[in-house]
Design a protein around this ligand. Sequence first.
Ligand code: ASN
Length: 608
Amino acid sequence: MEAAALAANGLSLATALSSPPRPAAPSGGRLASFGRSCSLELGGDYKGPVQVRVLVINTGGTIGMVEEEKGLAPEANKLAKALKKMPMLHDDVYAKESRFPDETLVLPLSKQNKRIIYTILELSPLLDSSNMTTDDWAKISKKLEQYYEQYDGFVILHGTDTMAYTASALSFMCENLGKTIVLTGSQVPIYELRNDGRANLLGALLIAGQFVIPEVCLYFYNKLYRGNRVTKVDAGSFDAFSSPNLPPLANAEVDITINWETVWRADTTQKFRVHTTMNGNVGVLRIFPGINAATVKAFLQPPMEGIVLETYGTGNAPSNREDLLLELKKATERKVVILNCTQCLRGSVVAVYETGQSLSDVGAIPGGDMTPEAALAKLSYILSKRDLCWEEKKKMLSENLRGEMTVVPREAKICLKDTKFIQVIAKSLSVSCKEELEAIRDVLIPSLACAAAKIGDIGALAAIREMGGNLSCEDYDGRTPLHIASSEGNLKLIEYLLTYGASVHAKDMFGATPLMYAVKFRQLEVIHLLRETGAHLSSQEVENIGTELCRLAANGDKEGLYVWYLAGANLEQTGYDGRTAFQIAEATGHKALLDFFNEMKIMKGYAK
Ligand SMILES: NC(=O)C[C@H](N)C(=O)O
């Protein structure tokens, strides 16, 4: 079953996309007119819409269920066929004109002039999410790893019952995430006349395809949430999820508005990888008035290694129950982790009451405002890290790893809209209301940050960041400070940006990433650094590189070829006439180039 779905993945899709003849990029185009440079026309025809690819991993859930003898159950091999008949989820005319393979789906053109091309990878068996286990989380994360470079974003179709658990688990299992992953599903099957599946899937695809939000998110009923902040709160409403301690990352109203200030960014320069071996010896224990010490003792017996203790209010447990506290103490002494989370839907564990202090005294770790789902997933993740010692594990549990808990900053952040600079401008423009002030801030920050990147002013970037500005902001052309810095070649500044969460996958309005800018301006060290951080050529760029390599070979441009090699291009790719760059070099008898190709064999491995 999976083989059929796999046939519809990036590779066959890629072939299909390259088959229609592509019009040459306009020679007077903005990027094509740069001086000494490699071609940037690889994003495709810049006059046309940018194409983005999204992989939909279907795990099951109500969205694809049909009524069976015993009730609703998932049906395999049905969803993609059904979606092809839904005009809001598939533009059949465009797909046929573009000669996409049968399994490929494509959304109608988006408001942002993007074409979201998607394929569905169906896991087997499809599950009601109540039947999911940690093995299924591993299965999903392995698929994400396998297809990470071939797609711009990912949507995971999942049942709602345990979606909050899977979203929380994946948020930890996906390490150094740089692309958007959106879980969604529905309360009513997509095949029914009145359903929420169509809108949820469409919203998830639009977000995963058009925005780089490097988080595991959950999209439901017009809202995008951080996956490890949600909990299912309603079994019978389309508005089934709530994120009690964090406002949504995005609202899909008339427009899709992303709250960029809330978006979590990993401050790492490492490549994406998945951690698949979660620790199963964890559990959740909800205390209640009169809870029996024997029950607690039994629950904490080996092989239990860690529990989420759901306590009252701000993290309180009875301080007058010596028997109970003794069992908890004996467990922590055996190095069983007790993570203290509140039973309340909203709020945090804080040291206010004597009853809360008694838990700290027995060695429980305060879990802040984590949901029980997130706390359990975090516990399972950290306890599976064999290379960490006990103290390190305890430290990580109280730290904010993926935005799962609120950490109050030691010094209150200066709010950008309160700064003198913005206020002076606002005054001169006679602006006083909050909305206008924020609008000025949103217009100015991208330009300021890009200008700072252009002149290499790390201090200015630091000031913008400290004032709450987003260093991944886009200017009017969709360029981020990292795009600018990559063309300028300022390594220190790039490192700074990457450390503060700048995305190597951000695409400007032409579909070009920072890596493409570095290639364009032949910034060798920058290419190396971006690659180290997980940047890669898109599958479209990879397909179309052959002709460009042949052009460089025909010009005897050794450096140009080397730049593409560093960026991860396969130098053996053929051009439009079926020849490789090496064959062109042989035909022209260019000695330096032939030597270069010989050398490449020795250097192979450097860029990979
Ligand atoms: N709405 C749903 O998806 C509920 C279903 N039982 C599931 O979690 O798979």
